[in-house]
Design a protein around this ligand. Structure first.
Ligand code: ATP
Length: 365
């Protein structure tokens, strides 16, 4: 006899509605659109592996090219779309020849950080293959930089200047609120890693940095399970080259973080290997640490791994079990493929194109 399913059996067999994550995509300028295309391709491929999760991508104009088109590098419609998206995936912004009348480059990604209060610049630095590093002896390099994103020495960046002035000043602003939330985020991250936070400052010279350190000391007492170190920024530059494997989580001021994260990227293969997330309480932008690389734009040779790994960070940050699983799948695919040193664009000494790297990752997934 054939059994007819009863109503409740039918009800339980109906799949729950998929959770849709809305991703605002801002390709930007230079190599931005090239590397973003590969990251979106990888996200679409990994989505096929997930249960109950959908991604909805919408592209928005932003950058120096958009300034030339519309007069605004960060149109209000783009900012609104970013504000209502679940996460933002950004390529790179700015072109050397497109500048404000003051002479500074367009940097809508900095405006986004400020407008959406993305206070923590999170930059994982990981050596996937020793052949990528210019250093002779490297152990397992795997640390994260937490860069303060909203103040520091960037706080007066919008001040104009006159070429005829006798002097021009920038101020290094350190506020209790911005420092406390940054330090807490860094400590929480260290609890999920190897439990060490290194403060990088210049407390021996600058009063603002001595204040920064005093706030760090107080916040560290909230995390007795996390070890701490305090290193001056000049020594940090030295140690990053001499013993990069000693770091776990580095936390630092905006400008120091800007400089040290490029140095750190250099020891693991360059800008094409450095993902990042600019993270606030409610919003986050994920983008490669590199700029628009006008010298290689349009040639199809940009390394998309920093952007693909930034997309993985985004999936982790979205915080759903399935998106977290997807983040691990992407990282595992990158780990597996980079074990072979020929899986590389020219910046890593290889001869692969941007789209070959993207395609091989989607196949590995
Ligand atoms: P910004 O000031 O916006 O950070 P920048 O002009 O200082 O930008 P990048 O655009 O990051 O620096 O470029 C620095 C160097 O790194 C250039 O030689 C560029 O070609 C190279 N580079 C950057 N990103 C990549 C990438 N994804 N793949 C290969 N090379 C890259």
């Amino acid at each position: 006899m054939t059994e007819t399913p009863n109503e409740s059996a039918i009800a339980t067999s109906v799949a729950p509605a998929a959770r849709t994550f809305r991703i605002a995509v801002l390709p930007g300028d230079g190599i931005g659109p090239e590397v973003i295309a590969e990251a979106v391709r990888v996200l679409e491929a990994v989505r096929q592996k997930l249960e109950g999760v959908e991604f909805q991508f919408t592209e928005h104009p932003c950058g120096a090219g958009e300034y030339l088109r519309s007069g605004d590098p960060l149109p209000a419609s783009t900012l609104r779309a970013c504000g209502s998206a679940n996460a933002i995936l950004l390529g790179a912004m700015g072109l050397p020849d497109v500048r404000w009348p003051s002479g500074t480059e367009m940097a809508p990604q900095l405006d986004l950080r400020e407008q959406l209060d993305l206070y923590a610049g999170v930059r994982p630095i990981k050596l996937y293959n020793p052949a990528h590093s210019p250093l002779k002896h490297t152990g397992a390099v795997d640390f994260v930089i937490y860069r303060e994103n909203t103040e520091g020495l960037f706080s007066t960046r919008k001040n104009g200047y006159s070429r005829d002035a006798l002097e021009v000043r920038d101020s290094l602003r350190v506020s209790r609120r911005a420092s406390e939330r940054l330090f807490r985020a860094a400590f929480r991250h260290a609890q999920r890693r190897r439990g060490l936070v290194t403060l990088v400052d210049k407390a021996n010279v600058l009063p603002s940095m001595a204040y920064f350190r005093s706030i760090f000391d107080r916040i560290s007492a909230e995390f007795p399970d996390v070890r701490t170190e305090r290193v001056y920024v000049d020594a940090a530059a030295l140690f990053l080259v001499q013993k990069p494997e000693a770091f776990d989580v580095i936390v630092t001021e905006n400008m120091f973080g800007d400089i040290l994260s490029d140095l750190a990227a250099g020891i693991v293969g360059g800008m094409g290997m450095a993902p990042s997330g600019d993270i606030g309480e409610h919003h986050a932008v994920f983008q490669p640490s590199h700029g628009t690389a006008p010298d290689i734009a349009g040639k199809g040779v940009a390394n998309p791994l920093a952007t693909i790994l930034s997309a993985a960070m985004m999936l982790d940050w979205l915080g759903h079990d399935e998106t977290r699983r997807a983040a691990r799948l992407i990282e595992q695919a990158v780990e597996k493929l980079t074990a072979d040193a020929s899986f590389a664009t020219p910046d890593l000494g290889g001869s692969m194109t941007t789209s070959e790297i993207g395609r091989l990752i989607t196949e590995a997934l």
